[in-house]
Design a protein around this ligand. Sequence first.
Ligand code: 611
Ligand code: MG
Length: 214
Amino acid sequence: TQSTRPQRLLGAVQQNATRGDPRSVVKTIDQFCKHKEWAMNVGDEKGCILDSVVSELNPATVLELGTYCGYSTVRIASLLPPHARLITLEFNPHFAAVARQIIAWAGLQDKVLLVEGASGDWIPKMKEQFGVKTFDLVFLDHWKDRYLPDTKLMEECGLLRKGSVLLADNVVCPGTPDYLQYVRNSPRYNSQYFRSHLEYTKAEDGLEKSVFLG
Ligand SMILES: O=C(NC/C=C/[C@H]1O[C@@H](Sc2ccncc2)[C@H](O)[C@@H]1O)c1cc([N+](=O)[O-])cc(O)c1O
Ligand SMILES: [Mg+2]
């Protein structure tokens, strides 16, 4: 049977990256996407911005919406302090299966809880199911029309506290216009745009960092 792109990406990691070495996993995926096949990972340019936000925040509890193959999961988890936890939500079982293997190859499975299902279903259950109080950081990289409804849902479910940070990928390309309008105009957020490029291309894209003010 034909392999899928995520399976080919996993193969590249298993053949070229060093087990237990997150940086080599990240580098291998970026090489694959630059020279073999484009894939919708946040990439190295926006990835460095993501790294700086995570390092500055030193978060204890992180939520990622949209795991895909686990590239940003590995980037974030590799920067977390020992007892910090990252919950990542993935809708597609095939993507989830590949991501689990890539996260394990990086040796980060003890810091990461990959949950299969839709963000809209799981966000209301975060407290009771996983004992989450609030998230220090949320990385939004899933379906672009879900960024706004899921943000409102997190507010309603009391999952954000004063100082919680939302970091959103693709606010220019493919674009999340309703989300951007909301966080930039709401008095409940301080929002900042980090201009960059769409992964592995010269097109403009960027990350929007929005601090919840409570
Ligand atoms: O479409 C994009 N991302 C959508 C990502 C979606 C990911 O999240 C879940 S959906 C879901 C739903 C609900 N809850 C959890 C996961 C999908 O199974 C996929 O793994 C995208 C597209 C481009 N591009 O250039 O076209 C560039 C990017 O960086 C992108 O992120
Ligand atoms: Mg993205």
